[in-house]
Design a protein around this ligand. Structure first.
Ligand code: ATP
Length: 309
């Protein structure tokens, strides 16, 4: 057994089954199944992610991006990885602190009950997500797959999870193919342009709007080919944020793309009860130009964001 930071790493096959009692399956993504489990020693409830589709060696397991990053991270708004266990036949188990549900489910439940979140609740959630993101960005990483289902909630505490696609700014490795679920994907990624941590701020803007309206802001269709998907998603964005003007960013990043022409829909028209500060923050987070997006590390951030961080 080895220790890295506060985390335990174990490659004894029997260890997992003797330490934990598995309960129900609580989630499933592209990369793993997540189970609720009971720690027989401490009595604590945990969430165990069983990685899919590959036999891991111990070295591969320790070098996984999600594992490497979570070993270095210690923040109250980022999920804690408690243990890494390599079981029989190279099955890899990631043992996390347990959270009650994800933000996507909470939004869907509210939507079905036709009950809105109060702005106070939304500010509290966004404040915590922004704190977690700010920490990641200041430590040279960005999440790359921020979406409501990857944000976990217990009571009024929020934690960012699923760092499997996260990237280091200065990494020599090429950025991954898979970047953000399409509805939360920033224009620069859609347009195959250069991108960085500002893609998380775009996703944050889309999530904040979703918390207010209880449905995704840019729910682009799948489309039957990549070109259709791209057109559809960018169309959705133009439809709400207005088409980008001829700024240097558009000239550099989208010189071959013909944007459909739409005027911006003012958020205060569709969200009449939302405060001006919250509208300003969403509008800034959803700027076409990544360098203009609100960002905790920059001076030109809206006052609500400054007050939050
Ligand atoms: N620590 C946890 N506590 C409670 N539920 C969790 C926890 N971690 C994950 N889950 C649940 O399991 C789901 C899938 O987890 P996760 O996103 O980590 O898997 P994934 O395979 O990497 O997903 P994706 O396809 O989005 O990359 C989450 O949406 C969440 O509902």
């Amino acid at each position: 057994m080895m220790m890295s930071g506060g985390m335990v790493m174990n490659n004894q096959p029997d260890y997992l089954l003797s330490k934990y009692t598995f309960g129900t399956k609580i989630g499933e993504g592209n990369f793993g199944c997540v189970w609720k489990a009971f720690d027989n020693h401490s009595g604590e409830i945990v969430a165990i992610k069983v990685l899919k589709g590959k036999e891991y060696s111990w070295e591969e397991a320790q070098n996984l991006q999600e594992v490497k990053l979570l070993c270095e991270i210690d923040h109250p708004n980022i999920i804690e990885l408690k243990e890494l266990v390599l079981g029989e036949a190279g099955v890899l188990y990631l043992v996390f602190e347990y959270m009650d549900c994800n933000l996507g489910k909470l939004i869907r439940d509210k939507g079905e009950g036709e009950r809105f979140f109060s702005e106070f609740e939304i500010r509290n959630y966004c404040f915590q997500i922004l704190k977690g993101l700010d920490y990641m960005h200041k430590h040279g990483n960005f999440h790359c797959d921020l979406k409501p289902d990857n944000i976990l909630v217990s009571g009024d505490v929020i934690k960012i999870a699923d760092l499997g696609c996260a990237q280091e700014f200065l990494s020599n490795s090429p950025y991954p193919q898979y970047i953000t679920t399409r509805w939360y994907r920033a224009p620069e990624v859609l347009l195959h342009s250069e991108y960085g941590s500002a893609i998380d701020m775009w996703a944050m803007g889309a999530i904040m709007a979703e918390l207010f309206i209880l449905s995704p802001l840019f729910p682009g269709d799948r489309g039957y080919c990549r070109k259709k998907q791209l057109n559809n998603q960018l169309n959705m964005i133009c439809n709400i944020m207005g088409s980008p003007d001829e700024t240097s960013w558009v000239k550099k990043s989208a010189k071959y793309y013909r944007f459909p022409q739409f005027q911006i829909i003012q958020f205060d028209m569709v969200m009449p009860d939302v405060s001006k500060e919250a509208i300003d923050l969403m509008t800034s987070l959803l700027s076409w130009n990544p360098s203009k997006r609100a960002n905790g590390c920059r001076g030109s951030t809206p006052s609500i964001l400054q007050a939050m961080l």
